[in-house]
Design a protein around this ligand. Structure first.
Ligand code: DAH
Length: 339
C-alpha cells in the first residue's frame, strides 16, 4: 500500500509539473485530490490495515496530499503571474511610435470675414439678429413694398416651396421681423444665407450670403447712412478707401443707392479685379421707404431710417483673391486648409 501511495504521489507530482495551463492543473486536482480522486480513494483501503499501521499510513496519505496540494498552489500562482505578465506585455504601448495626427478645425473664410464685419457693426452699436431661411411671401416681398404683380419680383429668381412659402431671396425680410418686434431706436444687422435660382457660374451661386443692416430713429438721414458705410469700408479695406453712392432702385428704399468702394487690389487705378473701373460694388442701400415703415406700424412722419444689404461672398472672394465663388460652397478640404 505504501508503494502504491508512493507511485500515485510521484505520478501526481510529475503530471502537475508537466501541466501547461490552469485547466490541466484543475483536471489533475480533481483526478488526485477530488472526492473520488486517487489519493482520496487510497484512504478507503485503510480498513484492511492493522490498528497500529492505520495512523502511520493515514499520516503518509495526508503528507502526500499536502505535497500535491502545495505543488498545485505553487504552479497555479506561477501560471497566473505568467499570464498577467504576458497580458501586460501584449498591452504595452510603444511610445516610440509616431503620434496620430490631430485634425485641427479652422474657420471657413466666409466666417472669418463675417466675424470681422460683426465686430465693426457691433462697435458702432448694432445688435445682431437672426431670421428664418424659409420665409413667407409676406416678409420676403409683400411688406417690403413688393406686391404680387410688381415687376421688381423679376429682379430676384425665387425658389418657391408652396404658394406663400419660399427660400428667402434677401435678408431684407429680417427688417420687417425686427420692426414688428422692436420699437425705435433700432440698430441691427442680420447676416445669413439667401437663395436664388440663378445660373451657376464663377460669380453666381444659388446660395450666397448677405448682411442686412437697419437703422430706424428720429431724424435719421442719408448722411448717417454714408457715415456708417464709410466707417465700415475703411475698417474692412483700409483708411484710404473711398465710398461712392450711385443712384439705383430698390422697392423698399427711397432714394436707393448702390455703393462702390475703391478697388482694394489696385487702389483705384483700374485692374482685372475691378474690370478697369477702379471701383467695386459691395452693397445696395437706401432710406427705408415710408410704405415699409407703415407696414410695420411705424409712423414715417415721426421716424426715418436707412437700410443696406452687403454681399458677404464678394467681400470674401476679393479679400482672399478667390477666383470662383463656387469654391466657397464645395467644402473641399484642400481649398479650406489654405485659410
Ligand atoms: N435686398 C437687396 C438685394 O438683395 C439688397 C438691399 C438693397 C438691401 C437696399 C437693403 C437695401 O436693405 O436698403 O439685392
Amino acid at each position: 500500500m505504501k508503494a502504491q501511495l508512493e507511485a500515485i504521489k510521484s505520478a501526481a507530482i510529475a503530471a502537475v509539473n508537466a501541466a501547461n495551463d490552469q485547466d490541466e492543473i484543475e483536471a489533475l486536482r480533481v483526478q488526485y485530490l477530488g472526492k473520488k480522486g486517487e489519493l482520496t480513494a487510497i484512504l478507503k483501503q485503510m480498513g484492511s490495515l492493522s490498528p497500529e499501521e492505520r495512523p502511520v499510513m493515514g499520516q503518509l496519505v495526508n503528507e502526500a496530499k499536502a505535497a500535491v496540494e502545495s505543488l498545485i498552489a505553487e504552479k497555479t500562482t506561477a501560471m497566473k503571474a505568467k499570464a498577467q505578465e504576458e497580458k501586460l506585455k501584449a498591452e504595452t504601448i510603444d511610445i516610440t511610435l509616431p503620434a496620430k495626427p490631430v485634425n485641427k478645425g479652422k474657420l471657413h473664410p466666409l466666417n472669418t470675414v463675417l466675424d470681422d464685419m460683426i465686430d465693426i457693426f457691433v462697435s458702432m452699436g448694432f445688435d445682431v439678429v437672426d431670421g428664418p431661411e424659409v420665409e413667407t411671401d409676406h416678409y420676403n416681398f409683400e411688406c417690403l413694398n413688393v406686391p404680387a404683380d410688381h415687376p421688381a419680383r423679376d429682379m430676384q429668381d425665387t425658389f418657391y416651396l408652396g404658394e406663400n412659402l419660399l427660400l428667402r431671396t434677401q435678408t431684407s425680410a429680417a427688417q420687417i421681423r425686427t420692426m414688428e418686434n422692436r420699437k425705435p431706436p433700432i440698430r441691427v444687422i442680420c447676416p445669413g444665407r439667401v437663395f436664388r435660382a440663378d445660373e451657376v457660374d464663377a460669380t453666381h451661386s444659388p446660395v450666397f450670403h448677405q448682411i442686412e443692416g437697419l437703422v430706424v430713429d428720429k431724424g435719421i438721414t442719408m448722411c448717417d447712412l454714408k457715415g456708417v458705410l464709410e466707417q465700415f469700408a475703411q475698417e474692412i479695406y483700409g483708411k484710404d478707401t473711398q465710398v461712392k453712392f450711385r443712384p439705383s432702385f430698390f422697392p423698399f428704399t427711397e432714394p436707393s443707392v448702390e455703393v462702390d468702394v475703391t478697388c482694394s487690389e489696385c487702389g483705384g487705378k483700374g485692374c482685372r479685379v475691378c474690370k478697369g473701373s477702379g471701383w467695386i460694388e459691395i452693397l445696395g442701400a437706401g432710406m427705408v421707404h415710408p410704405n415699409v415703415l407703415r407696414s410695420c406700424g411705424i409712423d414715417p412722419e415721426e421716424y426715418s431710417g436707412f437700410a443696406f444689404g452687403i454681399g458677404l461672398d464678394r467681400l470674401t472672394t476679393t479679400r482672399y483673391k478667390i477666383s470662383d465663388i463656387r469654391l466657397l460652397f464645395e467644402n473641399d478640404k484642400r481649398f479650406l486648409e489654405q485659410f
